[in-house]
Design a protein around this ligand. Structure first.
Ligand code: 5AD
Ligand code: SF4
Ligand code: FES
Length: 347
């Protein structure tokens, strides 16, 4: 076995130079994916956790250059779900067997802390784990959400390269992003982060920094996606990210953080028609099917070619289940908190 992969598998640590050499060397890819798959199996077993994703608002006050929801994109019809619609989608998701609901949205000021607290409390009454993915908020807001019943929070660092981040996300501060991650940890959330792979100007050295950053802050969840250029954004002519490189970043993180939850991301499947299954066989152990209904699925247009936009939640639930069973994996009926291979339910 490649000596660096062996080292990572045994010690769960790598230096920056070692990570760069793994990222550079494409002759070791299959070995890397296999090692990540083995580490996942050893630590987490065959369980795959499903999270029901509710995309509840595509309105965003930010202007990230890569994202179709950016405020200056006038080509997108905007929507905001009512509390009733959110609860309706949540209830249906629970009927389909989801044990976690993820509330994801743009940074939409309509959803004040009070409105979010009301939604979180009502969803929590359905006996599910609640994950939020609604961007940068104050410590006080994060605290209110936690007290209302939120368990987890996703906020990608996108890139640890401060200059690249601040170029890509005009008006946003890298320090503030890190403040959010710290506050969320302090408040006892399971914290998820992640990067976009293939941003213009991003280097392998910078991706290695991202990997070491996730290890240092000990993320509980990690979402890695290739950047996919969107026609309606300033980055429409950019080259975009590479599926294999995104997969490599994900696999290396699995070697370093053996028991975290790693989703096979939708963006991966957009670039490769079997992308989520390949990711599940390269270190990932989570899938987040969309449980939003109707036209909204299409309107949550971060990037083009997003999968499942014309499908129903019921269809996606059975589609992904048969794919997961097809590779001999088990769908967990637990809540899917971090780690704990001993739980008979896959935690
Ligand atoms: N390609 C891939 N992922 C994207 N995101 C935003 N825009 C794009 C794009 N063009 C990701 C960001 C954000 C998450 C909600 O979606 O990483 O954190
Ligand atoms: Fe808004 Fe997030 Fe898109 Fe940035 S990446 S424009 S914060 S939805
Ligand atoms: Fe949506 Fe397969 S998961 S169509």
């Amino acid at each position: 076995m490649n000596s660096l992969i062996k080292k990572a598998k045994e010690t769960h640590s790598l230096t920056k130079d070692e990570i760069i050499s793994l990222l550079e060397d494409n002759s070791i890819n299959e070995e890397l994916f296999k090692a990540a798959d083995e580490v996942r199996e050893e630590n987490l077993g065959s369980y795959v956790h499903l999270r029901g994703l509710i995309e509840f608002t595509n309105i965003c006050k930010r202007n990230c250059l890569y994202c179709g929801l950016r405020r200056d994109n006038k080509n997108l019809k905007r929507y905001r779900l009512s509390e009733e619609e959110i609860l309706d989608f949540g209830k249906k998701a629970v009927e389909y067997g989801y044990k976690t609901l993820v509330l994801q949205g743009g940074e939409d000021d309509y959803f004040t802390a009070d409105r979010m607290v009301s939604i979180i409390k009502k969803l929590k009454a359905l006996n599910v784990a609640i994950t939020l993915s609604i961007g940068e908020r104050s410590f006080e807001d994060y605290k209110k959400f936690k007290e209302a019943g939120a368990d987890r929070y996703l906020i990608r660092i996108e890139t640890t390269d401060k200059k690249l981040y601040e170029d890509m996300d005009p008006g946003m501060s890298h320090e503030e992003r890190k403040r959010c991650l710290r506050d969320l940890k302090t408040l006892g959330y399971e914290v998820g982060s992640g990067s976009l792979v293939g941003l213009p100007g991003q280097t392998l050295s910078s991706l290695a920094d991202d990997i070491l950053f996730f290890k240092k802050i000990n993320v509980d969840m990690l979402g890695i996606g290739p950047f996919i250029p969107n026609e309606d954004t300033p980055l429409k002519d950019a080259k975009g990210g590479d599926f294999t490189l995104a997969l490599k970043v994900m696999a290396i993180i699995r070697l370093l953080l053996v028991d975290i939850n790693i989703p096979a991301t939708t963006a991966m499947e957009t670039l490769n028609k079997n992308g989520r299954i390949i990711a599940l066989q390269s270190g990932a152990n989570v899938v987040m099917p969309n449980v939003t209904e109707g036209e909204y699925r299409k309107l949550y247009a971060l990037y083009p070619g997003k999968i499942c936009t014309g499908d129903t939640p019921a269809h996606c639930r059975s589609c992904i289940s048969s794919k997961i069973h097809g590779i001999g994996r088990i769908i967990s009926d637990g809540y899917g908190f971090r780690g704990n291979k001993n739980s008979p339910k896959g935690n």
